[in-house]
Design a protein around this ligand. Structure first.
Ligand SMILES: Nc1ncnc2c1ncn2[C@@H]1O[C@H](COP(=O)(O)OP(=O)(O)OP(=O)(O)O)[C@@H](O)[C@H]1O
Ligand SMILES: Nc1ncnc2c1ncn2[C@@H]1O[C@H](COP(=O)(O)OP(=O)(O)OP(=O)(O)O)[C@@H](O)[C@H]1O
Ligand SMILES: [Mg+2]
Ligand SMILES: [Mg+2]
Lengths: 227, 227
């Protein structure tokens, strides 16, 4: 489903270059539940952005469901993202001046879902992540973990077949974190593909396989670290 | 040092009221190392904002180092914050269009520290949190955990006597997280007071006492939960 070969991602900054990913191969099958782990700055979010078609590699090949995506025009990438991918960002990226409800409805707007259905689906998703009593709050009127859960609800509302979640429980106590992981488990049981970035072992333990990153490279489990 | 009695914090939203803190008593001595733990939405950040004089309670009393702060004018609060408190925000709150270095220098600017000294101290703090090679990056050019570490560096650069850190390791792998905790431990060994909010047990274990919150109230350890 996800096939990456020789992926390189460089960030150029004036004279210096940051080698965020240095020749990485990633292969994820349909329906897998995978964790990406590694130290801060090792390239996890960069890799997630590439998998999620939010950015392009500096070089290398990326086939998503058989299609070569690294050279597709932006419109095609946007369409793929909207139809197939659900992305939970490490820094949430919510619209600050609009309610949770509207924030969660956003992907459905792009999919041309009728207003009544959009609202019903958004409410259902917010209830599922435990935020039934917060639907009218703006993100600035929410706790950190509540914002994180709005970002999760938004990623799932369009029923994506591939869920990419970057540190989805970084701001959640273990009970709330486990509730979120049950949602991911049931999606995986329905056949959805789940790719998580996490630094918490109890979260990584929900997945069936781990990809270890260090300094922009994939390393073996012995070289990788997770408490 | 920190003495709170009968603290209530309500957020009014149109017709509804959110009771974020409902009659909370908190007592923290000089030089203590305390963790505040509890579920998402239980009032931890709200409590931290009150302790840090960033907000006022709806009712109740707060004495900081013997002074009744809940009724002080804003200027006095700003002065106390700058001289004594270092605050690591759950959502970092960095200036997006300015370098890490300038972000970390900011508290020193308010303290009228001369330019050369400001830059030297900011560089030293960034090196201490492992970001020597990232000083010229803007926050948008950093990983999530790197941004978190810039927020930590900024909180510590003015050598505060009270450090308030809200989920300081939420985006950090356990090795980087432990490095940050060693910094807090050595500050505590020098006599600084440390108050942490965390949901991770290995982080809470660095502190000597835990305050458990649930639904805006302090509860006993048996009622509180931490994995
Ligand atoms: N400005 C606001 N207006 C209305 N309600 C608010 C506001 N800020 C916070 N709240 C609500 O107050 C409650 C407590 O928020 P707080 O941020 O203190 O929780 P928390 O314990 O830090 O949670 P988390 O672990 O998720 O960060 C939450 O339920 C939140 O929705
Ligand atoms: N826009 C950018 N310009 C320059 N360097 C960048 C940019 N974005 C990220 N980087 C650098 O690339 C490296 C990898 O970043 P990435 O966000 O992928 O790390 P990460 O593994 O997700 O880290 P964390 O666990 O801290 O979130 C980091 O060292 C970071 O400083
Ligand atoms: Mg990241
Ligand atoms: Mg909080």
């Amino acid at each position: 489903l996800i096939e990456m070969k020789n992926i390189v991602k460089d960030y150029r900054m004036g004279g210096a270059t940051v080698h965020a990913l240095r020749r990485v191969d990633v292969s994820i099958d349909d329906g897998e539940f995978v964790s990406i782990v590694g130290p801060s700055g090792s390239g996890k979010s960069t890799l997630m952005n590439l998998i999620g078609c939010l950015d392009r590699p500096s070089s290398g090949e990326y086939h998503l469901d058989g299609r070569k995506v690294d050279e597709l025009p932006d419109d095609d990438l946007a369409r793929i993202r909207n139809k197939r991918l659900g992305f939970v960002f490490q820094t949430f990226n919510l619209l600050p001046r609009t309610s949770c409800l509207r924030n969660v409805e956003l992907p459905l707007l792009y999919s041309n879902v009728p207003r009544k259905t959009r609202e019903a689906k958004a409410r259902e998703m917010l209830e599922r992540v435990g935020l039934k009593d917060r639907v009218d709050h703006n993100p600035s009127e929410l706790s950190g973990g509540e914002r994180q859960r709005v970002a999760i609800a938004r990623a799932l509302v369009n029923e994506p077949t591939i869920v990419l979640a970057d540190e989805p429980t970084g701001n959640l106590d273990s009970k709330t974190g486990s509730e979120i992981m049950s949602i991911f488990e049931s999606l995986n049981a329905e056949g959805k593909t789940i790719v998580l970035v996490t630094h918490e072992k109890y979260i990584a333990d929900y997945s069936k396989r781990m990809i270890y990153l260090r300094d922009g490279m994939v390393v073996t489990p012995e070289e990788g670290t997770l408490r």
